[in-house]
Unconditional design. Structure first.
Lengths: 430, 151
């Protein structure tokens, strides 16, 4: 009976999140309240159990990174780099596109996708208007690059943070297993972008002078703030990489970095704290409690057993299925609740596979499917929704179908290419 | 004092009037507010100096004010181009669309309460028969409430 109630609450919450009838944080907290009220999971389990409760590691890692990003946003460094790169490209559209998607991919690997596009969309429109070229293809290319680039690291995309916490994977694990592959996917994507956006990559050479008149140095109004922010971001990233030596959890590093940065900049922290996405943190906390109820009532184990039966205990089939299903579902629903649910399923599924193999491949299949699948539609990832909103407000609306026309082939190609990568590297050669 | 005594007539233009005419009235004649009316004669919105500036500023500069610094001085000259070929109706995107209205008999405290509640910079004043008398701006109200040695 408990399992039925847990599934009913979860399904209702999922439907409300997908249809955006209510704020997602309200839905998740409401669902958490219900499963606690029905005693499908106890208060002690929800708040203190590593297996059933809130993944505080995820919450505090996000909090720390959000605070660091709030400071970085004020430095003007992204505006500086984007204009500098566009000027160095001498106004030629394709090199500008390559520079902007490269910058987006790197920034979204180090920070998060939504912040990256928030910072780069306005400056991209400025550059395109100066050159008299339509900004829409550039904006779509940037958000696709943000979702691909974010796949590379533990902090690049929220699903990766959830997977890392659930699987006990480190920042270095992501760097070794996903980052090189993401780099290759970016090269493929740039080639696809050259073809997909070929009609838009034509500029009037006479407009180049207007681009060159921009003074990127003026974007940086407080060099001291920039130096401190980059110093702390560098230290935090180095500490993530040195996890094997330092043995600090990623959340601890992010919190230490955020605290150090707030001390160093000596500014009123209230505006920075106001920029933390508290709603997102509440959404995560509520989801974890709801998924804890699914675990506690045996739903997750049953789902894992059903998946194991469907795959016949074959790691190849399991990897293919996880990658494909994750990509398709992430294209149509928010990938955060999907990965929050699927992470414990994947953990249980790994336990059912034959002993002796390196079944970590399933975690990478989940990450690649969920992160890359989000590119397929305009609602597949939070960054896509944000870019559509920003573009519309700036007078350059992007319709759902316009986005999908470009996003779907990119998602399909990157996911399809990822399958042989996973099978060859981890199953054939593993 | 009643609202009808403080109300002053502001220019009122149809939605298909050139946007540049709204700009000229606000800039050259410093009228402060231009009302826009729809084809049926109803009040469609009010354009103030600030809202016109909002329209003149490209969206990307509103989203990222740091970018304003990277522009050269000549960029300011191009802002006026954003009005060319546009109609007053297109200004509705940044205009106050729901201009609060009150009766000519309303007292000044009622006017103040309405402007505070709606956070609007201007309220339209009508006679009981629906005739538009004009508008009362926040600055005109403050001048009446605090002026003449009141503070």
């Amino acid at each position: 009976m408990g399992a039925v109630v847990a599934v009913a609450v979860f399904a209702a919450a999922y439907a409300l999140i997908a249809t955006e009838k209510l704020d997602r944080a309200v839905v998740a907290l409401g669902g958490a309240g219900l499963v606690l009220a029905f005693q499908l999971v106890s208060g002690a389990e929800a708040f203190h159990s590593e297996r059933l409760g809130v993944e505080w590691e995820v919450i505090f890692l996000l909090l720390g990174m959000m605070l660091i990003v709030a400071v970085l946003q004020r430095t003007g460094v992204f505006e500086y780099l984007a204009i500098w790169a566009a000027k160095r490209s001498r106004g030629r559209p394709f090199p500008i596109l390559v520079a902007l998607v490269g910058l987006t991919a790197v920034a979204s690997a180090l920070l998060d996708n939504v912040t990256t596009v928030l910072l780069l969309v306005p400056v991209t429109i400025l550059v395109c208007e100066r050159l008299g070229i339509p900004p829409v293809p550039f904006l779509i290319a940037e958000v696709l690059a943000a979702n691909i680039g974010g796949t590379a690291t533990l902090v690049g995309d929220p699903p990766n943070i959830i997977i890392a916490a659930q699987a006990g994977l480190s920042y270095t694990d992501f760097l070794l297993h996903l980052a090189p592959w993401v780099l290759l996917l970016m090269l493929v994507f740039v080639g696809m972008a050259r073809w997909l956006f070929r009609k838009a990559l034509v500029a009037d050479p006479r407009r180049v002078r207007e681009l060159l008149e921009l003074d990127e140095r003026e974007a940086i109004t407080d060099p001291g703030l920039l130096v401190r922010a980059l110093l702390v971001l560098g230290l935090v990233t180095a500490a993530f990489v040195l996890h094997g030596v330092l043995h600090y959890d990623a959340s601890v590093i992010a919190l230490l970095g955020a605290g150090l940065l707030l001390l160093l900049i000596r500014r009123d922290p209230k505006p920075l704290l106001a920029e933390v996405e508290w709603g997102t943190l509440a959404f995560f906390a509520g989801l974890f409690v709801m998924v804890g109820a699914l675990i506690n009532t045996g739903v997750i184990d049953a789902l894992a057993r059903a998946t194991a039966t469907a795959t016949g205990g074959s790691p190849t089939v399991a990897t293919s299925l996880l990658l494909g299903v994750s990509a398709v579902l992430s294209a149509i629903v928010d990938n955060i609740p999907y990965v929050t649910t699927m992470a414990p399923v994947t953990g249980s599924l790994i336990d059912t596979l034959p002993a002796g193999g390196d079944h970590q491949v399933l975690w990478w299949a989940l990450a690649l499917g969920a992160d890359l699948g989000g590119n397929a539609t305009a609602i597949g990832a939070s960054a896509n929704v944000v870019v559509l909103g920003l573009a519309a407000r700036a007078g350059h609306p992007i319709s759902f179908w316009t986005f999908t026309r470009y996003g779907l082939p990119v998602a399909a190609a990157t996911v399809a290419l990822s399958l042989p990568y996973l099978l060859i590297r981890y199953i054939l050669l593993g | 004092m009643r609202a009808r005594e403080l109300a002053r007539p502001f220019p009122i233009l149809p939605l298909d009037a050139p946007a540049s005419e709204v700009g000229r009235l606000l800039a050259a004649e410093a009228v402060g507010v231009v009302f826009l009316h729809d084809p049926s004669g109803g009040l469609a919105g009010a354009v103030t100096d600030t809202r016109l500036l909002w329209f003149l500023l490209p969206g990307y500069l509103q989203q990222d004010p740091a970018l304003a610094g990277v522009l050269e001085e000549a960029a300011a000259e191009r802002l006026r181009d954003r009005l060319s070929g546009r109609t007053a109706g297109e200004l509705l995107a940044t205009a106050y669309r729901d201009v609060p209205e009150l009766d000519g008999d309303a007292n000044l405290v009622e006017v103040a309460a309405l402007l505070v509640r709606t956070r609007a910079p201007v309220a339209a004043v009508r006679e009981r028969d629906g005739r538009l008398l004009g508008g009362i701006t926040t600055s005109a109200l403050l001048a009446r409430l605090l002026g003449d040695g009141a503070v």
